[in-house]
Design a protein around this ligand. Sequence first.
Ligand code: CP
Length: 318
Amino acid sequence: MLKGSGRKNFSFSLTDVVSISDFGRADIEAVLEKAAAMERMPREKKLKLLRGRAVASLFFEPSTRTRLSFETAIQNLGASVIGFADANVSSVKKGETLSDTIRVVSGYADIIIMRHYIEGAARLASEVSNKPIINAGDGANQHPTQTLLDLYTIKKAFGRIDGLTIGLLGDLKYGRTVHSLAQALSLFDNIKLAFIAPDELAMPQHIKERIAHKVSFEEHAELSSVLSELDVLYVTRIQKERFADPAEYERLKDRYVVDRKALQGAKETLKVMHPLPRVNELSYDVDSTKHALYFEQARNGVPVREALLVLLKDVRKW
Ligand code: CP
């Protein structure tokens, strides 16, 4: 039986959301529970929860879903949003350091959401800020809020997370979403993970070592060798922007294409997830199948991010 399963009113203890490795299972369950409550809450009640507060949204890297779902969540909670979607319009362009930017913004905002291209940037920000930091993705390292919405999506689809067999496919080396997700899933019981990637893009050793004693995993080069066992197939993009050598990207970019044909032999109940954006790795012909869960997954970003903002407010006792 899974630790913590079946309980209600889990407590959330974190003062920042920097890495999924800072989360215990109770923290994750608290977010999932609060997100479900946010979905049920009447709009007028929700609007009062952060009324009069300012939330900073600092994006040093491009984003559609994370930035816009956070900004939707902020507005749904009655707070105002400040920030930038392009660091080139900020004083970073004049050479201002990240530490100084964060110190200054923490004087304006009650919570800071930040996406940065440098691994560890969110941890640094949390060390210099006197306001909560939410990591909206730091380089190839972590994307904890994506993981929380991924877990929420899985729980909504299956009614549980425990006991599922989940395949992670594509760029497991540079993919921050799969790094965070593998670690989070290792907190649940009887999970089986299948890492499906070419050797060049395999799950990093440090992640495998971290989860090895908690969860069972296998590595596969081909989807076909494990497809029939999967409850969830989590597809990721081969990320051109993370490759130092463009020729290596060209060689690997079309290594996997998940289309209707590739899904033949899957369980009827298989759900295909993708953090999006997609390029060629996930065919549009999957969209109209019963397997496609990725647009609902993107929509779930709003209640999960509302939940995080409210939980951080409660922990900080505003
Ligand atoms: N899934 C995700 O992080 O998407 P964006 O890069 O558009 O925010």
